[in-house]
Ligand binder design. Structure first.
Ligand SMILES: Cc1ncc(COP(=O)(O)O)c(C=O)c1O
Length: 431
């Protein structure tokens, strides 16, 4: 057997072979529909007896190339791309949850995800129990007979705190439910949750995967290892689907059941498909993921060390620093690097944090992460504004805290910019 290809090679080649034209780049198939060979072919495609292209809301060749590459990079069997990271979360959960079902969710998710689970998913009758994901007794206690999954982020946004994925997977599997991990902050280059027992992995491809802030997108990847029939908790995956002549996804598609249903039901009925243009841009970004992540991590470490040693800085959460309570866990799960997103607090408090953001020239003030450019935001007044003070405190979003996403610039330029801006914050404190 030949040696398996390395991640760096797969990031460039997986999921696409030159099509009939020989185009080396995956072409942008900018079309809505596909001509059937004959009526029998159409009927077979519609009833899922044959794999193929029907309508771009369900499948599109450019989007398929991205899906196949992401599935390989995450170590899964299949992937479903969606319009955004949030759309992927919705499409993925729609495979598991019915009205009255529950999910145990980390209380340190990205603010937008917290809001999605807390304020919007309840409209479908899905109930989220928020728990401290480090408190494994609390995670176990929150599981009820209605619970369909445990959900966490590999590296939490914004602090970078690391979830103990192996331990959480064991808890989930003991309860007969899957572990769902949002891997946006680390990307599969740094951490592959499936290798640690996760069953379903989400990515907002808008971030490090696309890599330059040019395309919205999301994806959900399945490990192919979860037995949807065993616990009796997932009738949608196991029982006959009336819209497909009683087809049983688990029985028919085995290790691809989740992905097939996410396309055939989730994308078909929720409609949050990814555009071919965005899939193309994301594939371009993926080709350099391995190189970019190395530089992101190197730069983030240099900036975090600078901030830690600065007199105006009260605290830094970067897990690459050996003082971080998550340093050991980060080294275990992501030995290749600690990511590029973290928070730090200024001694000059809320006003100082605002002055600092205003004084920066190079770090851009935006609501995004994972760009080639270095980015900064004040979470307490923006991304995490919708949370209560108590919830913000629990997830480490302090009034004086700032989130940075360190880009690919020359690190001394970033440090010089932060240095002059910290002086402005100091002057604001003195005034
Ligand atoms: C960790 C994480 N998950 C999910 C999302 C949602 O992704 P999108 O903005 O692509 O919908 C974000 C967005 O910031 C995020 O940071």
């Amino acid at each position: 057997m030949s040696k398996p290809l390395h991640f760096d090679t797969l990031a460039i080649h997986a999921g696409y072979k030159p099509d009939a034209t020989g185009s080396l780049q995956p072409p942008i198939y900018q079309n809505a529909s596909y001509q059937f060979r004959d009526t029998g072919h159409a009927a077979d495609l519609f009833s899922l007896k044959e794999a193929g292209y029907v309508y771009s809301r369900l499948t599109n060749p450019t989007v398929s190339a991205l899906q196949d590459r992401l599935a390989v990079l995450e170590g899964g069997t299949g992937a479903t791309a969606a319009a955004t990271g949030h759309a992927a979360q919705l499409t993925g959960l729609f495979n598991l949850m019915r009205a009255g079902d529950e999910i145990v969710v980390s209380n340190r998710l990205y603010g937008g995800s917290t809001s999605q689970f807390k304020n919007s998913f309840v409209q479908f009758g899905w109930k989220a129990h928020f728990v401290d994901i480090d408190d494994h007794a609390a995670v176990k206690n929150a599981i009820t007979p209605q619970t369909k999954a445990i959900y966490c982020e590999s590296f939490a946004n914004p602090s970078g705190a690391v979830a103990d994925i192996k331990a959480l997977a064991d808890i989930a599997h003991d309860a007969g439910i899957p572990l769902l991990v949002d891997n946006t902050m680390s990307s599969p280059y740094l951490l592959r949750p499936i290798e640690w027992g996760a069953d379903i992995v989400f990515n907002s491809t808008t971030k490090f995967i696309a890599g330059n802030g040019s395309a919205m997108g999301g994806a959900v990847v399945e490990s192919g290892k979860f037995d949807w029939a065993k616990s009796g908790k997932f009738p949608m995956m196991v029982e006959g689907d009336p819209a497909y002549d009683g087809l049983k996804f688990h029985e028919t598609f085995g290790s691809l059941a989740f992905t097939m249903r996410a396309h055939a039901v989730g994308l078909r009925d929720l409609g949050a498909c990814q555009s071919p243009m965005n899939a193309y841009l994301t594939l371009l970004g993926l080709e350099t993921l391995h190189l970019r992540m190395q530089r992101h991590c190197e730069n983030a470490m240099k900036v975090a060390e600078f901030l830690q040693g600065h007199g105006e800085v009260a605290w830094v959460t970067y897990t690459g620093l050996k003082e971080s309570p998550y340093h050991a866990l980060a080294k275990k799960y992501a030995p290749g690097g600690f990511g590029a997103v973290f928070t730090f607090g200024v001694k000059s408090g809320y006003e100082g944090a605002k002055s600092l953001v205003g004084a920066l020239n190079l770090l851009r003030h935006v609501a995004n992460i994972g760009d080639t450019r270095s980015l900064i935001i004040h979470p307490a007044s923006t991304t995490h504004h919708q949370l209560s003070n108590e919830h913000r405190a629990r997830v480490g979003v302090a009034a004086e805290g700032l989130r940075v996403s360190i880009g690919l610039e020359h690190a001394p330029d970033l440090i010089a910019d932060l240095d002059q801006a910290l002086s402005a914050a100091k002057r604001a404190r003195a005034a």
